[in-house]
Structure formats: C-alpha cells, structure tokens
Design a protein around this ligand. Structure first.
Ligand code: DAT
Ligand code: MG
Length: 132
C-alpha cells in the first residue's frame, strides 16, 4: 500500500515504477480512502500501542493506493524494497530511506506474512477486483 503521505506527495508513479522494475505483477490496484473501521482492523495487532490513535488518524487521513502484488517471494521481497519501519534504520536505496524521515509517515505498507497478506487483501479488495 502507498500510504496517504506517499499519495499526497505524488510518489505513486515512482513507487509503481520500482515495482515494475523489480518484476512483480500488479494483480489489483485502486486508490481509496480507508474507513476508520477498516483501519482499526488492518492495524489490529497494534491496538494497545501508544501510537495506535495517531496511526489510524494518519492512514484514514487521505487516499491510499492499495496494490496486490504477485511474484516469487513477493511478501519478503516487497518488505525488503520498503526498508525498515523507521526510515533512519532503512538501508540506502529502499523506499523508506529514499523518501521518508519519520516512522509515523513512512510512505508504504507491506504485509508481513502470507496470513497477513490474505487477510489484508480481503480487507481492501473484493474477489472480482483481482486478476486471476
Ligand atoms: P511495518 O509498517 O514496517 O510493518 P509495524 O507493523 O511495526 O511496521 O507498524 C505499523 C506502522 O505503525 C508503521 O509503519 C508506522 C507505525 N509505527 C510503528 N511503530 C511506531 C512508533 N514507535 N511510533 C510511531 N508510529 C509507529
Ligand atoms: Mg506491520
């Protein structure tokens, strides 16, 4: 997902270009504004954390671009392309190192496991919106 800061800053084409260069196939793509309820479900694992309220405000605060990627090792590979959660710790050349300065607004999201990917794809896409 391209988060609201990335969309607002016009980074969508740059990020899609990186995905294309890497070779992942885009099987779903849509710009959308996430409801509060969907955001709270999406980030449910963090609901006891002190930053949860801010996180939900941020992610619902403007349109995001939800992207369903397909490819060998795409889950770990996309997380590697994003870099560490805190941009200060992200390796040079990663999206978060190149485009972000704060953990709270770190430009992109990526599912962290097959189970999360399945759950998150279900939150953001209806079955008919994904290519076979
Ligand atoms: P990731 O997005 O790398 O999977 P995460 O699941 O630990 O990281 O956290 C989800 C998001 O929550 C993260 O992208 C930004 C925000 N976040 C995490 N830790 C934070 C912190 N200490 N302060 C503020 N926001 C934080
Ligand atoms: Mg996470």
């Amino acid at each position: 997902m391209i988060k609201p800061d990335g969309v607002r800053r016009g980074l969508t084409p740059e990020i899609l270009a990186r995905i294309a260069r890497k070779g992942y196939r885009v099987v779903g793509l849509k710009q959308m504004t996430i409801s509060r309820q969907t955001a709270e479900t999406h980030y449910g694992e963090h609901k006891e954390r002190p930053f949860f309220g801010e996180l939900v405000e941020f992610i619902t605060g403007g349109p995001v671009v939800a992207i369903a990627l397909e490819g060998e090792g795409a889950i770990a590979g996309w997380r590697a392309m994003m870099g560490a959660t805190n941009p200060a710790n992200a390796a040079p050349g990663t999206i978060r190192a190149d485009f972000a300065t704060t953990t709270g607004e770190n430009v992109t999201h990526g599912s962290d496991s097959a189970e999360s990917a399945e759950r998150e794809l279900g939150l953001f896409f209806a079955a008919g919106e994904l290519l076979d």
